[in-house]
Design a protein around this ligand. Structure first.
Ligand SMILES: NC(=O)c1ccc[n+]([C@@H]2O[C@H](COP(=O)([O-])OP(=O)(O)OC[C@H]3O[C@@H](n4cnc5c(N)ncnc54)[C@H](OP(=O)(O)O)[C@@H]3O)[C@@H](O)[C@H]2O)c1
Length: 286
């Protein structure tokens, strides 16, 4: 699709890089190019070349958001800046694509549907919920709800690959259940929503396949690496975070219902399939 009138904000994060790869003609800006917390900079930006704003910028340090400075930054970037962008999108009749998280839920319901009322636990989650609410007021908007994002950047799969390289048999949480979302799958979904001019609103957009807990995912990672010699010991969230009182609370159930995005003609690939491909590429790149 013609992406020459797309603007990618936060273009060098995990999602931003995947969007740039998919939409090479899009205008791409990092924080230096456009800091969305700066309302004056947003007003001054040349919007005459833009029809679609893809917001990949966010404060994503879930535990950092529980600290005093992190709390301020998270609210600024995930809520205030999103309101700044929403104002511009509304005023200029732009389509705003925003990305959210299943962390907006407390994780007691399974699976999460798009119409579940938000019930965020930690500060990051609260700020993401606030952002969703603000974007909901933009006439032309898509909110893609994502769980456990994996792309080109620091993420769980890379962390576990690092442990395997050091021959470490880790203890991994086994009571948080969900699905990974590979940026490729997320971008497929976003492209389809824009291409088919789907109804505006929220769409759950993770990979498909059987939901799994983090320990199971780690076993799958080690399996792909041919490192079945490493042992993964399951541990409860409560036990894991016992000596980390500053850590953010996490929802136990992260799996999302995907029927709404599937009805748009998107068939999210099994997370195991994308994981195998991701690890193959990562191993090749090392
Ligand atoms: N990571 C996950 O597991 C996960 C799970 C569910 C949902 N999500 C959501 O998915 C989206 C993409 O996440 P991600 O993992 O790709 O994030 P990421 O890798 O942390 O990238 C975020 C990007 O936003 C930029 N940014 C931060 N503040 C900015 C500002 N004020 N103005 C402009 N750019 C700014 C950052 O630039 P700097 O490097 O300069 O700070 C960074 O490049 C986010 O909305 C996130 O909440 C993520």
């Amino acid at each position: 699709m013609d992406s020459s009138r797309f603007l990618i904000i936060g273009a060098y994060g995990q999602l931003g890089k995947a969007l740039q790869e998919r939409f090479p003609k899009a205008i791409a800006v990092d924080r230096d190019g456009l800091d969305i917390t700066n309302a004056a900079a947003l007003e001054a930006f040349d919007w005459s070349k833009v029809d679609v704003v893809l917001n990949a910028a966010a404060y994503t340090n879930v535990d950092g958001a529980e600290k005093p400075e992190g709390r301020v930054a998270a609210w600024q970037i995930n809520a205030q800046a999103v309101a700044n962008l929403a104002r511009v999108a509304t005023k200029r009749d732009l389509t705003m694509v925003h990305v959210s998280s299943e962390y907006v839920f407390d994780g007691t319901k399974v699976p999460h549907t798009e119409d579940e009322p938000v019930s965020p636990l930690g500060v990051y989650a609260q700020t993401k919920a606030a952002g969703d609410i603000v974007v909901g007021a933009v006439p032309k908007h898509y909110v893609a709800r994502v769980s456990w994002l994996i792309g080109d950047g620091p993420n769980f799969v890379r962390t576990m690959m690092g442990l395997a390289a050091k021959n470490i048999s880790p203890k991994v949480v086994n009571d948080q259940v969900g699905r990974l979302t590979f940026t490729k799958t997320l971008v497929d979904g976003i492209e389809k929503l824009l291409e088919s001019k789907s109804g505006y609103g929220i769409y759950n957009l993770s990979n498909g396949g059987e939901p799994a807990d983090w320990a199971e995912i780690t076993r799958a990672i080690f399996g792909e690496l041919g490192r079945d010699d490493l042992t993964v010991t399951g541990i409860s969230t409560k036990e894991y975070f016992q000596d980390k009182p500053e850590a953010a609370p996490r929802p136990l159930q992260s799996a999302m219902d995907l029927s709404k995005i599937e009805a748009e003609g998107v068939k999210p690939r099994d997370w195991r399939q994308d994981l195998a491909e991701y690890i193959k590429n990562e191993t090749r790149a090392r």
